[in-house]
Design a binder for this molecule. Structure first.
Ligand code: 5IU
Length: 481
């Protein structure tokens, strides 16, 4: 078979798979908890015999020069495909049971085989390679040797590497990148979706030295701030990305001082270097309306957003009052506030009721910087889901690494100093290059590193440079991925 004709057949098959909705674009949560803009439901192929035949033929051509005595399809979709291959090429089949029957022969492998026989595993999709590996181990337990496997779609998420590390060579008919190339060229994807999927592939692509199938996509973005601004549905995140690009800064000042005079002086001095100022108004000894009026004027003068780090964590009805009323009337002056996800979606709904009509926005606390904190694992993932469900008002996260591949979400990380370390009360510090470059966050939040410095303006400038450099380097590295 000439390579070019094989290529044409693969292109035609990818198009056909899209037509029969075996490939879909949208917002999906995968089994691993990762949010994905693309979903493969290859099971629908069984309703299209022509697709089944073509798939089984293409798979066969990939392994036509390999040596094996039998083939074994991984349930379910690959089972009928393996059956077609077996019948068309007169190769015996084996079936691996998921559980032993518990009666009769109690076998795990069905079919006739001898010790030392070699078997080719057939699979429809490989992500991390786990299901192929499990099948190989199960066959191995019956002394059947597996050194190769063939798959229709390689999702490029570490499967090839994981299987190779276990002595199995994986052949694939096409990759996720091929799907993107073919469908975008055929005009079957909206431009926005092309960007999303490109970013998703880069973010989730297996990289040597990184943990295989890490649940958290932590690698880099490939989109510039201005390109991400264009993808935002909330006006404030659009504005923030635009300020970040124009002022060349991803620095958020955490202005945790206790007098309003100090606060305003600090903000005026550091204003040129920041895209956002974070406040804790309840630590001011002399809070009054003038403070927020002056702060708002400084925000206009230096072009930054105001973020009140209020960490709302009550039921919807209570946060409505905490946000709009009391001494501080936060919703009157803070562009952005944050909330814990612990009360459930009601907290977001309450804040949204007050903030949305005023054009405000909210960040969810998905992770924390303090040692021993409980915002980890499924709590973090569920917080991401809550944000996804309220994208018009929730613009991103407080987190310590990239936790969503959606490029419209902002990732903001506190616990940043120019040197890693910790304070005496559990705060843990990372460097700007670790946070932005390695962990894929978007903004650094810096308090004591700036306001306790001899020269806060110069310290802010150093953080601005370090944070922006890390972003530029990350982009450059992503381009050559
Ligand atoms: N802050 C954290 N960690 C968190 C969250 C908020 O440090 O997980 I949520 C706040 C606390 C403080 C600022 O206002 O960010 C960090 O200040 P220092 O850079 O001085 O540690």
């Amino acid at each position: 078979m000439a390579a070019s004709s094989m290529e044409n057949r693969v292109v035609a098959l990818i198009s056909r798979l899209h037509d029969v909705q075996a490939v879909k674009f949208g917002d999906f949560t995968l089994k691993s908890g990762i949010q994905s803009p693309v979903y493969f439901d290859l099971r629908v192929m069984i309703s299209y015999p022509d697709v089944m035949v073509e798939v089984s033929q293409l798979l066969w051509e990939k392994i036509s020069t390999s040596n094996f005595k039998s083939i074994c399809g991984v349930p379910y979709t690959a089972l009928p495909i393996a059956t077609l291959m077996s019948a068309a090429h007169n190769v015996p089949m084996l079936i691996r049971r998921k559980e032993a029957k518990g009666y009769g022969t109690n076998k795990l492998i069905e079919g006739t085989f001898s010790k030392g026989d070699s078997c080719m595993i057939v699979e429809d999709v490989v992500s991390s390679g786990s299901s192929v590996l499990e099948t190989a181990q199960s066959l191995g337990a019956s002394d059947i040797v597996v050194t190769e496997a063939v798959v229709l779609l390689n999702r490029e998420q570490g499967g090839v590497e994981k299987l190779e590390a276990n002595g199995i060579k994986l052949h694939s008919v096409f990759t996720m990148t091929d799907v993107l190339d073919v469908l975008s060229r055929a005009g079957k994807m909206e431009p926005d979706m092309v960007i999303k999927v490109t970013e998703y592939i880069a973010t989730n692509k297996f990289q040597p030295n990184k943990e295989i199938l890490s649940v958290k996509p932590k690698s880099n973005n490939i989109l510039k701030y201005s390109e991400r601004a264009a993808l935002c549905s909330n006006g404030l995140s659009r504005r923030l990305f635009t300020i970040m690009e124009q002022k060349k800064t991803n620095l958020v000042l955490s202005a945790d001082v206790t007098s309003s005079k100090e606060l305003l002086q600090l903000v005026d001095k550091t204003g040129p270097h920041v895209c956002m100022v974070k406040t804790h108004v309840d630590i001011l000894e002399d809070f009054n309306q003038d403070v927020v009026d002056s702060l708002t004027k400084l925000a206009a003068k230096h072009d930054f957003l105001i973020f009140e780090d209020r960490k709302f964590a009550d039921i919807g009805n209570t946060v409505v009052h905490q946000y709009s009323g009391g001494l501080y009337r936060i919703s009157e002056w803070a562009d952005v506030v944050n909330a814990h996800a612990i009360p459930g979606p009601g907290v977001v709904q309450g804040l949204k009721k007050v903030g949305a009509p005023k054009g405000r926005a909210c960040l969810l606390i998905a992770e924390m910087s303090s040692s021993g904190n409980l915002a980890t694992g499924s709590y973090t993932q569920d917080t991401v889901k809550m944000a996804e469900e309220n994208k018009d008002f929730v613009i991103g996260f407080i987190c310590v690494s990239k936790i969503s591949s959606n490029p419209s979400f902002l990732h903001m990380t506190p616990g940043v100093q120019l040197e890693a370390g910790q304070d005496s009360l559990g705060q843990q510090y990372l460097t700007p290059s670790e946070v932005i470059g390695k962990r894929g966050s978007d903004l650094i939040i810096v308090g004591r590193g700036i306001y306790q410095a001899q020269d806060p303006a110069n310290a802010a400038k150093q953080f601005q440079i370090a944070g922006y450099d890390a972003y530029v380097t990350r982009m450059a590295e992503a381009m050559i991925l």
